[in-house]
Design a binder for this molecule. Structure first.
Ligand code: WTA
Length: 643
């Protein structure tokens, strides 16, 4: 641990936080007008905020008359001062393979080359590019190259199945998909190219497939459609003028799960998103010039977008990108990488912390973690036991922990401690970030609870620049999902408690979204995958508490008449869901349910199914509205043992 004398002073202290927070709420125009200057604008904005949260005419615009290019803000503008500084440290899955240090000047060259490759395929401003890549430098090049030419990327997590990939390519009507031959993770390889081949069978013929030959693994090749990215990049020019885009032009689409229907394409735009990602990266992580920042997320999730790529690079930071997993070759990998690259800020998910805690502290203690100055978590509530282990064993009691609450929809942190300014409490995301006005509403009346101590649903009263603008191709769905139930507010879908000190404690989703190992999933998606199997008549999926994953997936399955429930069928259904959605959606427990509890009008009573999955039968509540109360007895008698 560096002496406190050597560590830089925190960006803000308690008094400064109070002062800035008050100013940000009192006069958002002035506050964000000033903050917007952290970017380089081609044409400066004159209008800062133009927001209407009023149902049904929701409209959100920030810096609307300004123009810029996101990639030049993340790369070009740093060249003069820090062209030789490392922009990206890439640590491969295999610890014996060399790490790469990509300087800002090299990043610039590669982004320009990749941008020219995209242009040569006819990709232009506003066109959609789907990225289905492992955690390799080319993923960063692809994102920034897309932004450079004013196109819009949509990253699909490499753990998703061909079906999920095809749905996303089709929903956003992408012109190209960028993939790799294989994705190595934890010593195993996923065949991304063959997944992409399978997906493209369900897409328009014109979709081009750009392939990064990463492992050299064998792939089938479709002439005229498949393009060798590395070969094309090597031949392409390192010159590519950045396209001027409007602040409100889309930067990316990211599909995320909701409580109903298929995943929705969350749209983020260029100006406000980048201001917000950069600002939160600087303040929440107390980033200073020269620091080495590591966010362990995958670029397939929003955390990877905002805190591996856009936030850090907009700030001219050194960001670490890790291809592997926390437990390969063993449970000390994270800490070895911290030691090797002298990481200063480390940001991960509670599920990883719990898994590593279970392996024992010796894996941490054998590494030199003296470079660490701050630790962060994201994705789900962190239980105090894991928080304390993180604090004591990893942080040696000297690193503030920032428990950051936010969502794909919010673009960046909304509720989080700021180190040096806000005292932490294990399990609390503490206080709102600048410009964020959280409120707790009574779930039934929708009234704001104004007492400091409160519990209810978490809404946000006014916009912040990083907020999503719409659902791709379906603005109505945007309005009805986030603005209809509680009029005049952005509804987060999370429950929340505020304590006597005004600290916020997120209690989890109040809708049918579950959070499995920090991955967000709609129970409806898993259900529709199950019922697509010919043996399944009906399925209901709920979450249940799981020691490592936070929540596990519990599926109640009613089979077609005449189909016998067998262990083989159970395995087949698990495999089926993996192939329909991806490994992260595989049910942990499948219970055969001869019947599901329904109201007389035929609605499945999930509240009851959740209680059974949680082993909490005392609290089943009112079952008098059930069409067949005996169904519940059967489900309780035959419930699965939680692992
Ligand atoms: C949950 C991830 C408690 C929450 C950035 C939210 C959290 C959902 C926290 C969004 C946290 C995220 N404490 N819960 N610090 N961070 N969540 O869209 O339920 O993948 O609504 O974005 O994760 O998940 P998403």
């Amino acid at each position: 641990m560096p002496d406190t004398a050597q560590a830089p002073a925190w960006h803000v202290d308690a008094a400064k936080y109070e002062e800035m927070y008050k100013a940000s709420i009192a006069d958002p125009e002035a506050f964000w007008g000033e903050e917007g200057k952290r970017l380089d604008w081609i044409k400066p904005y004159s209008k800062v905020k133009n927001v209407d949260f009023g149902y049904p005419d929701v409209s959100i615009k920030w810096y609307e008359d300004g123009t810029l290019n996101v990639a030049s803000n993340c790369v070009d503008r740093h060249l003069e001062k820090r062209g030789d500084q490392t922009a990206i440290i890439w640590e491969p899955d295999d610890p014996s393979a060399p790490a790469q240090h990509i300087r800002y000047s090299e990043l610039h060259e590669n982004v320009c080359r990749m941008a020219n490759v995209l242009k040569a395929q006819g990709v232009g401003k506003g066109d959609r590019v789907v990225i289905y890549l492992p955690m390799i430098p080319e993923a960063a090049y692809a994102m920034l190259a897309t932004a450079r030419i004013g196109a819009v990327h949509s990253i699909v997590f490499a753990g998703f199945s061909p079906d999920a990939l095809a749905n996303r390519i089709n929903d956003c009507d992408a012109k190209v998909v960028i993939t790799a031959d294989e994705a190595p993770r934890g010593g195993r390889k996923t065949a991304l190219k063959s997944n992409t081949d399978a997906a493209l069978l369900h897409c328009k013929d014109r979709v081009k497939c750009l392939v990064v030959k990463h492992t050299g693994g064998q792939t089938t090749w479709t002439e005229g459609r498949d393009i060798d990215v590395k070969a094309e990049m090597a031949a392409a020019s390192t010159d590519c003028a950045p396209e001027e885009v409007g602040a409100e032009d889309p930067l990316f689409i990211l599909y995320t799960s909701g409580s109903t229907g298929k995943p929705k394409g969350v749209v983020h735009t260029s100006g406000g998103y980048l201001v917000y990602a950069a600002m939160t990266h600087q303040y929440t992580f107390d980033y200073h010039d020269g620091d080495i920042f590591w966010c362990t997320a995958d670029v397939g999730w929003v955390t990877g977008h905002s805190y591996i790529i856009y936030g850090p690079l907009a700030n001219g930071a050194t960001t670490l990108m890790f291809e592997g997993v926390p437990t390969y070759p063993d449970a000390s990998r994270f800490w070895q990488v911290c030691e090797k690259h002298k990481v200063n800020q480390f940001y991960t998910a509670p599920t990883a912390i719990r898994a590593l805690m279970g392996q024992g502290s010796e894996f941490v203690e054998k590494c030199d973690l003296s470079s660490l100055r701050l630790l962060g978590t994201v994705g789900e509530p962190i239980n105090p036991e894991a928080w304390n282990w993180y604090n004591d064993v990893v942080g040696k009691g000297k690193c503030p922990i920032v428990d950051t609450w936010w969502q794909t929809e919010t673009g960046g942190h909304l509720i989080t401690p700021l180190p040096g300014a806000i005292e932490t409490k294990p399990g609390s995301a503490t206080k709102p970030f600048f410009g964020v006005h959280p409120v707790i509403l009574d779930p039934t009346s929708g009234e704001e609870i104004t007492e400091t101590e409160a519990e209810g649903v978490l809404c946000i009263k006014d916009s912040w620049p990083g907020q999503m603008r719409t659902v791709y191709g379906d603005h109505e769905r945007f309005v009805s999902t986030y603005f209809e139930q509680y009029k005049g507010y952005y509804f987060s879908g999370d429950g929340c408690r505020r304590d006597a000190d005004g600290y916020y404690w997120i209690t989890g989703r109040v809708d049918d979204v579950i959070n499995v190992s920090g991955h967000r999933m709609g129970t409806a998606e898993v259900e529709s995958a199950l019922v697509a199997h010919s043996s399944v008549a009906e399925a209901a999926v709920v979450g249940y508490p799981h020691d490592i994953k936070g929540q596990g997936i519990y599926a109640y399955v009613t089979l077609m008449n005449g189909i016998e429930p067998t262990e083989d069928l159970r395995k087949e259904l698990e495999k089926w869901v993996r192939s329909e959605i991806g490994p992260i959606a595989k049910p942990d427990l499948i219970q055969w349910a001869p019947g599901l509890p329904k109201t007389r009008s035929g609605k499945i009573m999930r509240r009851i199914l959740r209680k059974i999955a949680e082993d909490d039968f005392g609290a089943l509540g009112d079952t008098s509205t059930l069409a067949e109360p005996a169904v519940v007895e059967d489900l309780i008698d035959n419930r699965m043992n939680r692992k």
